[in-house]
Ligand binder design. Structure first.
Ligand code: ITT
Length: 208
């Protein structure tokens, strides 16, 4: 009997899990998660780019889980900080901080930077890796600037301090459905979904 292909979405971040539940709805494969497979390992993100880290995570979780694996590396690039926190976004300010403590640390680094120089972007690279090692990446970005006063209750991470001029709102003020249409992750996911659709077309539907 033919078994549909399973896609492991490899993230421990609850904010990403919420977003990917929506972003990956309707795919003609079975989506599973690290928790569902009992995978608790953390992959050390030693790369210097989002693409390197996304590939590291997808490759290691593909070999742990034995499925086609989707992982992203994402973060915030602030021009006045030379692109930081960048690949260090999840660790910025030190280990174990809450999201709020982390964006407050960011605001402290920017306290002398005038508003017009606070340009920034979120970037996301999705990697898809098959158990045989074939690997693919897709990227998305969204431009904005860092505001002093956090606003909004949606999203996660740096969303309350990331202002998007076209929306006249911070990312955290956007309804989840709107964020999931315009965000860096939404753009990368749309491109990665198109890649997946092509891969599924040329793959006999008999993998686990
Ligand atoms: P996984 O590696 O398990 O996926 P992580 O939280 O470690 O989870 P990353 O290494 O990709 O994920 O770090 C991304 C960090 O960048 C994340 O913890 C947030 O602080 C920030 N970030 C990424 N996307 C974001 C978004 O949509 N909104 C706000 N902050 C975001």
């Amino acid at each position: 009997m033919l078994t549909p292909i399973t896609l492991l979405v490899a993230t421990h971040n609850q904010g990403k899990i919420r977003e990917y539940r929506e972003l990956l709805a309707g795919l003609s494969l079975t989506v599973t998660w690290l928790d569902a497979l009992g995978i608790t390992e953390e992959v050390e993100e030693t790369g210097t780019t989002f693409a390197e880290n996304a590939l590291l995570k997808a490759t290691q979780y593909a070999s742990l889980g034995g499925h086609w694996t989707w992982a992203d590396d994402s973060g915030l690039e602030v021009d006045a900080l030379g692109g930081r926190p960048g690949v260090f976004s999840a660790r910025y300010g030190g280990p174990g901080l809450s999201d709020e403590a982390r964006y407050r640390y960011l605001l402290a680094q920017l306290q002398d930077v005038p508003v017009q120089e606070r340009t920034a972007r979120f970037r996301c690279v999705v990697a898809i890796v098959q158990p045989d090692g074939h690997a693919y990446t897709a990227e998305g970005t969204i431009e904005g600037r860092i505001v002093d006063t956090p606003r909004g209750r949606h999203g996660f991470g740096y969303d309350p301090v990331f202002f998007i001029p076209e929306q006249n709102a911070t990312m955290a003020e956007l309804e989840p459905a709107v964020k999931n249409r315009i965000s860096h992750r939404a753009l990368a996911a749309a491109r990665a979904r198109a890649l997946l659709a092509d891969l599924l077309k040329c793959t006999p539907n008999n993998h686990t």
